[in-house]
Each structure stands twice: as structure tokens, then as C-alpha cells.
Design a protein around this ligand. Structure first.
Ligand code: AMP
Length: 137
């Protein structure tokens, strides 16, 4: 399947749609999920195009995972989380909705379940959480 450069994360990368930045480097960008399933839910994407893990290059995979690890540590520190759940979906049958490779980072606390997808978060809280994670990097 071909990469569609009109997907929402491509638009975020081009600055056509706003996002709450957590971290960026030469290869990757991390920003908040606006429908968070846990406090601090954020997404790591490569700056270069690929649909998902199935067509990603070794460089895209490795730089994304390095950012996932870095931001996970910062999110745990900033939010007092005791763990993280990492999710990554591939194609429609695999649960993917946005066709630009992305890794979900979900900070976790004992006994607190993730919430169902699809519910818009509180933008002020998401902004403050992005700033807290950024500051811990
Ligand atoms: P999936 O492709 O199933 O991994 O899910 C895509 C994720 O992107 C969902 O968790 C959405 O909440 C999230 N999402 C969709 N649009 C935006 C947006 N404009 N900014 C941040 N996150 C988004």
C-alpha cells in the first residue's frame, strides 16, 4: 500500500495542523495524543514517510524506538508513573487508523486501567502534561 501524504500526522509534521510538542530530534517527533487513553499518552513518529512498521526502514524503526525509550523515561519521571505500555498498530486489520508509522506511549500506574479510545481529552491538561514531560527530558 502506498503512503498518503494527506494523512493527519503528515499534516502535523508540515505544520498544517497544530500539535502539543513533547520532543523532536533530526529523525523523530513526539507529540501528545489528543484522545488520551492514559495521562501522558503521546505518540512518536518518524519525520520521513512510511505507513507503518511493515514498510519502515531499519533507520526509521531504530530512531523511533530510541525516542520511545527516551520519552518513556521522561514521562515516568514527570508524572510519577510506574510503567509504560507501548502500542503500535499495522493496517486496518491490525487496528491502525492513521497511516504514518507511530508508537503510542501510555504511562501506567498500578491498578489504573487505560480508558477506551475515541474520547477527546482536556486540551489545557494535555498542554500542561506535554510541558511537564518536555521539562523532564
Ligand atoms: P492508531 O492509528 O489506531 O494507532 O490511532 C491513531 C491515534 O492518533 C489515536 O490514538 C488518536 O487519538 C490519535 N490522533 C488522531 N488525530 C490526532 C491529532 N490531530 N493529534 C494527536 N493525536 C491524534
Amino acid at each position: 500500500m502506498a503512503y498518503d501524504d494527506q494523512n493527519i500526522f503528515a499534516k502535523i509534521l508540515r505544520g498544517e495542523i497544530p500539535s502539543f510538542k513533547v520532543y523532536k530530534d533530526d529523525d523523530t517527533y513526539c507529540f501528545m495524543d489528543i484522545m488520551p487513553r492514559s495521562k501522558g499518552h503521546c505518540l512518536v513518529i518518524p519525520k520521513t514517510p512510511c505507513r507503518n512498521m511493515l514498510d519502515a526502514s531499519p533507520d526509521q524503526l531504530s530512531t523511533c524506538l530510541q525516542t520511545v525509550q527516551k520519552v518513556s523515561h521522561a514521562a515516568m519521571k514527570a508524572l510519577g508513573a510506574e510503567g509504560v505500555t507501548i502500542q503500535q498498530f499495522n493496517e486496518d486489520a491490525g487496528g491502525q487508523e492513521v497511516y504514518h508509522l507511530h508508537y503510542h506511549i501510555l504511562p501506567r500506574w498500578p491498578g489504573i486501567k487505560t480508558t477506551p479510545p475515541g474520547k477527546m481529552g482536556d486540551m489545557e491538561e494535555i498542554k500542561a502534561t506535554a510541558e511537564a514531560i518536555s521539562a523532564a527530558l
